[in-house]
Design a protein around this ligand. Structure first.
Ligand code: PMP
Length: 353
């Protein structure tokens, strides 16, 4: 078939593929790094009392009340905070605002697979540095001049978290570009770089309510940086969508951030389950990377990863498999409730026998 003139103008892009969202209830869903526990009961109260008539009005143009609540929680100023419709929206906004160099931006070869998609969409030149055989990022690779750096810490899907020394080293050797640290999973780890935003005026840290705050369906996330950098993110936001945060997202986001006790309890439960499951998998002879996230990244020396993945599906247990170089023998397993993880471990035991 010959191409019509307008077909030549269509975008040609390979999009990011998210984890499956099967539409039936009786499955164990360990494939999208969602939190198995519900959001804070304070979020429920907001929803129960939300006056539907309020929806006739536009939301706050800059989600100010939510920015204030986040700033207070983290001990920063409201001007240090940007909010968006999930960290995918926040990151895409940051890529647009900060990655406009002719030099390539750099990130690890094994990492969040949305980065190359944004580079393609936004025509940002990019380059990857290989993580080592233990999937660790070699910070020295990033000493080379570049047009920007983006690194998830902890990294996904490897689950490995780096500490303060690594981030400071990275920042000290990248004074001429913007460095984005994607902290989608930082609440399950040991270190957050938010404390460094005053010291490094080229640092941007992004976080999300999707994982540790159980609000993936509400699409709430934020970035921390100097007021100067935040003003550039606001300018991008106001150039394509003035209201990425809807009224319900703003109010439930505030309720969530204000309930510190529930947040800490939930995160600690997930961490305790993670450590238990990691140990159990090692007893089944899996190699499991040390996780600072709400998921495990594991491989079995004697069994093909796709076989395990497919077998678990027959047991209605969904985990994540990436058919990609270097990680094609690995499985990513989101931490569910203790009950769900017991079912997972018993399915693994059956598979192995
Ligand atoms: N960064 C990383 C490393 C992720 O794994 C994810 C989840 N897919 C995100 C960002 C985006 O999450 P959300 O848009 O739900 O905040």
């Amino acid at each position: 078939m010959s191409e019509t003139p307008w077909q030549k103008n269509l975008i040609n892009i390979e999009p990011y593929v998210a984890g499956e969202q099967p539409e039936f209830d009786d499955i164990i869903k360990l494939n999208a790094n969602e939190n198995p526990y519900p959001p804070s009961p304070e979020v429920r109260k907001v929803l129960d009392h939300f006056s539907y008539g309020d929806l006739k009005k536009y939301p706050s143009i800059d989600a100010s009340p939510l920015r204030e609540a986040i700033a207070e929680y983290y001990g920063v100023k409201k001007e240090n905070v940007f909010t968006g419709n999930g960290s995918d929206d926040v990151l895409a906004t940051a890529f647009r605002a900060f990655f406009n160099s002719d030099l390539p931006i750099v990130y690890p070869d094994v990492t969040y697979s949305f980065y190359p998609v944004w580079c393609e969409l936004l025509k940002i030149p990019s380059k990857t540095y290989a993580v080592d055989e233990d999937f660790r990022i070699n910070v020295k690779d990033y000493y080379e001049p570049n047009g920007g750096v983006v690194i998830p810490n902890p990294n996904a899907p490897t689950s490995i978290g780096e500490g303060r020394d690594f981030i400071v080293d990275l920042l000290e050797h990248n004074r001429d570009c913007i460095v984005i640290i994607d902290e989608a999973y930082a609440d399950f780890g040991k270190y957050s770089a938010v404390e460094l935003i005053d010291k490094y005026d080229n640092l941007v840290v992004t976080q999300t309510f999707s994982k540790s705050r159980s609000m993936a369906g509400m699409r709430v996330a934020c970035a921390f940086a100097s007021p100067y950098l935040i003003s550039y993110m606001d300018a991008v936001k106001d150039s394509y969508n003035s209201y990425p945060m809807d009224s319900i997202a703003i109010r439930t986001g505030i309720a969530s951030i204000n309930d510190k006790e529930y947040f800490e309890q939930t995160v600690n439960k997930v961490i305790a389950t993670r450590e238990r499951v990691s140990k159990a998998l090692k007893e089944f002879n899996f190699k499991v990377l040390e996780s600072s996230t709400n998921f495990l990244f594991a491989t079995h020396p004697e069994h093909d990863a796709t076989e395990i993945f497919e077998y678990l599906k027959t047991r209605k247990i969904f985990i994540r498999y990436f058919n990609k170089p270097r990680i094609e023998q690995y499985l990513r397993i989101t931490i569910g409730t203790d009950e769900e993880m017991d079912a997972f471990l018993s399915a693994i035991e059956n598979f192995l026998s």
